[in-house]
Design a protein around this ligand. Sequence first.
Ligand code: DGL
Length: 273
Amino acid sequence: MTCNQPIGVFDSGMGGLSVLSQMRALLPHEDVLYYADNAYCPYGLRSQAEIQHRSRLIAHFLIDCGAKVVVVACNTASAMAIDDLRGHFPSIDIIGLEPAVKPAVKLTRSGKVGVLATPRTVAGERMRWLIETHAGGIEVHTVAASGLVELVEAGELTGTRVKEALSPLLDPMIEAGVDVIVLGCTHYPFLRTEIEAYMGSDVPVIDSGLAIALRTRHVLNESGLLTTDLGVGNLALMTSASVAEVEPVAQLLLGETVTVASIPVTSLVLDRR
Ligand code: DGL
């Protein structure tokens, strides 16, 4: 392993680009390989076995491409597959993320926080553990927010359809007196403008993007793997779906011209590393 190898990042689709933006701001010299598993998105409606299988294939692919660390920029895959990935690839750091319940508990004044996440993340053991460990006496209202990922994947970030999708998710939170919203899915920061407008300016809307970027920098620093290259890092974007479908949305979400390559990752991973 050498320090000038790239960082490997993946998500079920475009959501991890919200994490990628934070990582590129914090680690501008690092090369990054980003794999968007759009052909299998949304993960939030898939079984744990399917999510583990896809995560394993993609991590294997990124490591084969030279990744020095693998960042799981997906709450659902982190909740469902991180232990499995660490078991399969013990010689490389696998960094995951989790909904920002802990910071939300510190921020609330009403004693009630809301967590928006995918159905799979909301129902997962990790969410139960997070709440049990960090909530204290604070009420945590979790909402399985199906439908939002599809809007982001379609590049629909504002407008009537987004408001209509948010209203049944956020109205119960408002009624319950929630005064902090946790975005427990990496797709949702792209809907932040609408979520903030809906909740009002006195309700902070927080996510885990910066936390995972900081964690990645820390892990690379600890293992002596921060790049020594002082140029601007390269970004390679890959998808399991078609370029025509993914490239325009990637450009919209990143706010820059990017090229996407379609590389289906389908072979079985049989070996352990
Ligand atoms: N962006 C992902 C997450 O953070 C997954 C969304 C999905 O594919 O359902 O949970």
